[in-house]
Design a protein around this ligand. Structure first.
Ligand SMILES: [Zn+2]
Length: 299
């Protein structure tokens, strides 16, 4: 079931999880799935027989699985408010007048938030349903990074890819495909769910069946993501841990064993949320992981 690691080439895997995983939204499940940890790079991988094939991202199948409507306007309703977390980690003043490419941009919510700063913007998205809307907003659209890179070699100052690498067949190749479009001093900003999410240790019997999911083939912590990036020809410039959920969210997970979002909870206020968020981000146990990468010069 687990053969050669696509990232590092190691052959040995150790089982990290065996049980129910999420298949779309909460409540939809697949049973008896296996997640294993690579002995070489430390990344965790879902067994291929439980994974959504990568080709499904070119059709509506992935979005249907997440019960999203197949048009860009409904996409915005769910994604615009998430951009604050990406924007907080980026050097926005340095992006003025620069060339930006977002890889796996979906409907382009992030790009809409930086279009006033950037010079050229390249939107890379396999799902063609979004292309007309992206083009109409002035973005240069490509389905895949290798195609975009071949026509824009060494021209991009800031590439971004948020919550995409965990879906791919081969994360190392995914990063390597982006690299040629970057200028020598260009940066790639990545984000992915953090395998060291505090709820994985607080709720070891209930949270993994939510954390592991059919649509995510790969699960990284900061060390394994950095290793993948180095193997793909980058050096790590910066790592940020970002927590997107309130303390009440964690409290309700402990009480109810289900996701409840960021709604208010009696007895907790904004101050407790900020303390909770600060603690998790300092200890590396936030729900989300951001990394800034620069191409290594000597490849
Ligand atoms: Zn590996």
């Amino acid at each position: 079931m687990f053969e050669t690691c696509e990232i590092c080439g190691a052959h040995e895997w150790k089982q990290a999880y065996n049980g129910t995983i999420r298949d779309g939204t909460f409540g939809s499940i697949r049973e008896n799935a296996i997640v294993a940890k690579c002995s070489g790079c430390g990344a965790e991988r879902l067994g291929e027989e439980w994974c959504l094939p990568e080709s499904h991202y070119e059709t509506g199948e992935y979005r249907t699985k997440l019960r999203q409507e197949l048009n860009a306007s409904s996409y915005f309703q769910g994604h615009d408010n998430l951009q604050i977390f990406a924007l907080q980690t980026l050097p926005l003043p340095a992006m003025r007048g620069k060339n930006v490419a977002d890889v796996g941009c979906a409907g382009g919510s992030f790009l809409d938030h930086v279009r006033g700063l950037a010079n050229r913007i390249i939107a890379i998205e396999p799902f063609s349903e979004y292309h007309e809307s992206l083009t109409s907003r002035g973005y240069e659209v490509y389905p895949f990074a290798d195609k975009a890179a071949s026509q824009n070699i060494g021209t991009i100052d800031f590439a971004t890819s948020f919550q995409v690498i965990e879906h791919t067949d081969n994360p190392r190749q995914f990063l390597a495909d982006i690299r040629p479009m970057l200028k020598p001093d260009g940066l790639l900003y990545l984000s992915t769910p953090n395998r060291n999410d505090v709820l994985m240790s607080l709720l070891p019997d209930d949270y993994p069946s939510f954390f592991y999911r059919v649509v995510h083939r790969w699960y990284f912590n900061a060390d394994s993501l950095a290793q993948c990036a180095r193997l793909a020809g980058y050096e790590v410039v910066d790592t940020h841990f970002v927590h997107r959920y309130s303390m009440g969210n964690a409290m309700r997970w402990l009480r109810d064993c289900r996701p409840t979002g960021n709604s208010a909870m009696n007895g907790l206020d904004h101050g407790t949320d900020m303390y909770w968020k600060g603690y998790l981000e300092k200890s590396g146990t936030s729900d989300c992981l951001f990394m800034a990468l620069r191409p290594k010069p000597c490849l």
